[in-house]
Design a protein. Structure first.
Length: 592
């Protein structure tokens, strides 16, 4: 697995000289190509680790209560510089003023800012007595408002003023170049910029000031548990952009002595402690972390183990294998999430450019929809995945299935499944010798779960489920062991829960996951059909279909309303049956 900016020495993952850069850019899908062009240049040609604020925090309250300004401020404290990519917008500023906050905070931190603009952004840079002013929009744009570094100070933070400003007075920055204009046409970007971008980046890098106290995460684990430490360190880096230190067993070759270990624990951003064996040394280090008020999280492969006093009060998640360990660490990282561009780009690289070296196989992708729909999403997914080399995408449709036939447990479900079966067999016959990927939604997942056991020719290499209503105890171990399964789960998806509660044969796996080894449950803050937008398909499904890469999930607190679990229980279902019978009794046999 990749480790990006870290290396292993004596069993510990330690820091190297790679600089961490905050990348401020637009989240809009139409600007993603511009962002990736710059990000790849900074990563591949200059070796930077690129981080940013996490998109999930825009929709869900931050677990530690941080607002936008405080989140960015914390991340910038760990960075050597900022690269700002200002997108073209039809507004007074001709760009997005939200990035103004990030730029002003970077200058307040005293780190250099490299400025890049999308072609069409109107910007004028003036300098007088060393003080730099950036003016956006036309020169005769009417009344102007100016934002300064003072407006992002904690006691005077004024987001509304910054959003309505079209002029930035940034004072005397260490580095703020005359903005580079990035052409819309991707084929001429390198040609137009030439060596100009490289020269500006060199000046940018020369302005870096070495960090005195770089941020890190400390791992408490037995020295011989190297596979577990590697999973923890890799996941932490991928989710937070922070490297890890591990000081267990200094006599075994780790680089830190006792006093250094204590110092590292006290100064860590947070601590993850693997207390699977209740090792005395690990428990002592955990107690040291608690005493130092360092946020500390526990993982353990022995869920029923009795924890010693102190660690038993800490947030704790059990795991049975390395995949579950990775998910546990992801959950512990939620309060510290950052956008890590290195991870995103490595998971979703440029597909046409890498086709020759990443995959010589031909693919057939089958799309199976759910109920109460004409499956318009299939055309968008077909167009998006059809961009992959040697890939044929076949939508599989059946007649409109209404709610009554969906709920009724007898006879009505077989007809649409028979249609799905013959169409899938026809597609496989028409495109032989291709690797098969199936993407199924809602009732389509139920149909596929039946056909995987009934159709000998349906042996897909990859399977994507979304809004799944397959029972959680489905025997995946009896399906071809080479099958890769990703199960997209929606925290706000009520349909799998209702399907489980109000009829038989279905399960809430699209809401709560399978929890089955070999099946990757990926949780999102989605309802039943929110998966069908192009940016989601590009980010999550395209890498999986192309190379089998499972991209890390979006931010989600993984908590479901308790009533969702309660209505899937047999007690609730039995009570519902009695309620229906009682109603029938009142209606059919009224009291005389």
């Amino acid at each position: 697995m990749d480790t990006y900016d870290a290396q292993w020495i004596g069993g510990a993952l330690i820091e190297t000289d790679r600089h961490t850069i905050y990348l401020a850019c637009s989240w809009q899908p139409r600007h993603e190509a511009l962002n990736l062009f710059v990000a790849r240049k900074l990563m591949n040609e200059h070796g930077f680790l690129l981080v940013g604020d996490h998109q999930g925090y825009r929709r869900i309250p931050h677990p530690r209560g941080l607002n936008f300004r405080d989140r960015v401020d914390e991340v910038l404290g760990d960075c050597s510089g900022m690269v700002a990519i200002l997108p073209k917008r039809d507004s007074l500023q001709t760009t997005t003023p939200n990035i103004f906050v990030e730029m002003l905070l970077a200058i307040q931190h005293g780190i250099p800012v490299l400025l890049i603009c999308e072609e069409g952004v109107a910007i004028a840079r003036t300098e007088e007595a060393g003080a730099v002013t950036l003016r956006f929009g036309s020169a005769d744009g009417g009344t102007r408002r100016t934002a300064t570094v003072s407006h992002v100070s904690p006691n005077s933070y004024d987001l509304d003023l910054i959003r309505s400003s079209d002029t930035l007075n940034v004072g005397n920055p260490m580095f703020l170049n005359r903005p580079l204009m990035l052409p819309h046409d991707p084929s001429i970007r390198d040609e137009v910029l030439g060596g100009e971008l490289a020269a500006v980046v060199t000046g940018f890098a020369n302005s870096f000031i070495p960090q005195r106290n770089p941020a890190f995460v400390f791992i408490i684990s037995r020295y011989e548990k190297e596979p577990e430490r590697r999973v923890i360190a890799h996941t932490v880096l991928k989710e937070t952009g922070l490297t890890c230190r591990n000081g267990s067993d200094p006599w075994g070759g780790a680089p830190y002595g006792h006093s250094k270990i204590a110092d590292k624990i006290r100064n860590a951003r947070f601590v993850i402690a693997d207390l699977s064996e209740n090792s005395g040394a690990c428990v002592f280090e955990t107690g040291l972390a608690v005493g130092a008020a360092t946020p500390t999280f526990v993982v353990t492969s022995t869920p029923k183990q009795r924890m010693t006093y102190g660690p038993d009060k800490l947030p704790r998640i059990a795991y049975q294998n390395l995949n579950e360990l990775e998910e546990a660490v992801r959950t512990h990282c939620l309060p510290y999430l950052r956008r890590v561009f290195n991870s995103e780009i490595s998971d979703s690289a440029s597909y046409p450019q890498q086709a020759e070296v990443t995959s010589g196989r031909k693919r057939l992708v089958l799309l199976v929809h759910g109920i109460r729909t004409q499956a318009e999403w299939q055309e968008m997914v077909k167009s998006t995945l059809g961009q992959l080399p040697d890939t044929v995408v076949e939508p599989v449709k059946y007649d409109y299935l209404d709610v009554v036939r969906f709920w009724f447990p007898f006879f009505t479900r077989n007809a649409p499944i028979r249609v799905v079966r013959w169409k899938i067999e026809a597609a496989i016959s028409a495109h032989p010798d291709r690797d098969i990927t199936v993407i199924a939604h809602s009732f389509g997942t139920y149909a596929i779960s039946r056909l995987l056991r009934e159709v000998a020719t349906l042996r897909p290499q990859r399977l994507i489920l979304c809004g799944s209503i397959i029972r959680r105890n489905y025997r995946w171990d009896r399906i071809d062991s080479a099958l890769q399964v990703v199960n997209e789960c929606g925290r706000r998806d009520i349909w799998p829960v209702l399907a489980t509660s109000l009829t038989v044969g279905y399960g809430p796996s699209g809401t709560f996951g399978f929890g089955t080894p070999g099946v990757h449950d990926r949780f999102h803050d989605f309802s039943h059909s929110e998966y069908f937008n192009q940016s989601f398909v590009e980010q999550y499904w395209k890498p999986f279909v192309h190379r089998g890469t499972v991209v890390g999930r979006q931010f989600d607190d993984r908590r479901h309303p308790i009533w969702m679990s309660q209505i899937t229980t047999w007690i609730f279902r039995l009570a519902l049956v009695f309620a229906v019978l009682a109603l029938l009794w009142v209606v059919v046999w009224p009291t005389p």
